[in-house]
Design a protein around this ligand. Structure first.
Ligand SMILES: [Zn+2]
Length: 386
């Protein structure tokens, strides 16, 4: 299950499933629109309501939307039933979706579960039926399945080994054996902390073209929850950094990557922000200096720096950001009067690791995984051009 050999096949199957689910969503959207149109014609008091949800878009409008956004736009579930009539309508639409899904899957004998290793040994017809039900629910259930499989792949990885980069490379700067077992899918991402809270806000005006790295300036033992609490509850901000890397290298996501974070005033609109847990400023006498280790580690741990480098390299691949330190990848202090990410931050080593990860992920295997990774939700803003 999810072995390297079968990986491309699984990806292909899931992409097909996702495509079919989009198709069904589109179909239901049109049915819903037609239904509303009829309802409006029949009921005079509703006649002529412009821009009503469910309105059928003209062809050029649809093309425009598809160009600027993956077809995720067409979701049926956004309809919130306000009365019995609408509840019936939503229910009927869902039934229709399941019928369409099972119809398609049975007709072309498309089964997803046996090939990906779930429900081993089920019959092809039952597999097609279950797959149809899944797809009939729209793209959301398929996204859940993709996320589940990504996580399971991580869980199935070799235990106790330090995650390392790419398949060919050796990371300098450390005595440990860096035989590569790490891949892109091991970078966790599911939209971060309460992704739905940013649904209608912090929209990106354009794809990100800058990456800003920080230290949290908190104790290196502080947790991800501490960071979220500090920013959301104490500061009262809507969100913060996009990713936070704990001292042990654990990667947590805070702000949705398809939304602008709150981490670097002046460049939030165009950037992605990553923070390493800890305080790496060691200038004696400066406010909040960690020169005597008052805040724990005075420089990032190796595994922490490596995890941060992976996230940055992944962003560069996902959003086509060139790897240019000092230009497209900067410390907070390079864009703002601040000590962040600290005077003792090992910038040169970090740069080397990012470049190493980025280049390792130019491999064919990694690029295949990248295609898979791009199926995740909350990755691209509606204005994406990547
Ligand atoms: Zn900062």
């Amino acid at each position: 299950m999810l072995e390297e050999g079968s990986f491309t096949l699984i990806m292909l199957l899931l992409s097909t499933a996702l495509g079919l689910s989009f198709l069904i969503e589109r179909f239901l959207e049109i049915v819903n629109g037609l239904y509303k149109k009829t309802a409006f014609t029949n009921l005079d008091r509703f006649a002529g309501v412009p821009g009503e949800q469910g309105e059928i878009l003209s062809e050029p409008q649809q093309e425009e939307l598809e160009e600027s956004h993956p077809p995720i736009l067409f979701t049926v579930d956004k309809i919130e039933p306000a009365n019995a009539l609408e509840t019936t309508q939503v229910f009927l639409l869902q039934i229709l979706g399941v019928l369409a899904g099972t119809g398609i899957c049975l007709a072309v004998d498309f089964g997803l579960f046996a090939p990906i290793g779930l429900f081993d040994g089920i019959s092809a017809r039952l597999d097609a039926l279950l797959t149809g039900i899944l797809i009939g629910g729209g793209s959301q259930p398929v996204h859940f399945l993709i996320e589940f499989l990504s996580l399971r792949k991580v869980a199935a990885g070799p235990a106790g080994t330090l995650p390392v980069v790419g398949s060919q490379g050796v990371i300098v700067d450390s005595g440990e054996d860096k035989t590569c077992t790490f891949d892109i899918l091991d970078v966790p991402y599911n939209g971060g902390y309460k992704p739905e809270s940013l649904e209608n806000r912090n929209l990106r005006p354009a794809p990100p073209d800058l990456i800003v790295f920080h230290h949290t300036a908190m104790h290196s033992d502080a947790t991800f929850e501490d960071v979220v609490r500090e920013i959301v509850e104490v500061k009262g901000w809507s969100t913060g950094y996009h990713s936070v890397i704990a001292s042990d290298g654990t990667i947590d996501n805070f702000c949705r990557w398809d939304r602008t974070g709150v981490h670097a005033l002046g460049v939030n609109g165009r950037s992605l922000g990553i923070a390493l847990q800890g305080n790496f400023h060691t200038e004696p006498g400066d406010p909040f200096s960690n020169d005597r280790g008052q805040f724990g580690n005075i420089r990032p741990a190796d595994s922490q720096l490596l995890s941060a480098a992976k996230v940055v390299a992944l962003w560069c691949h996902l959003y086509k950001i060139p790897v240019k330190f000092g230009e497209t990848i900067v410390a907070h202090r390079e864009v703002r009067a601040t000590a962040c990410a600290g005077s003792n931050f090992p910038s040169a080593a970090f740069e080397e690791l990012v470049k190493h990860c980025y280049e390792a992920w130019n491999s064919h295997e990694a690029q295949t995984e990248l295609v898979f990774y791009k199926q995740k939700q909350y990755l691209y803003s509606e204005n994406r051009e990547v």
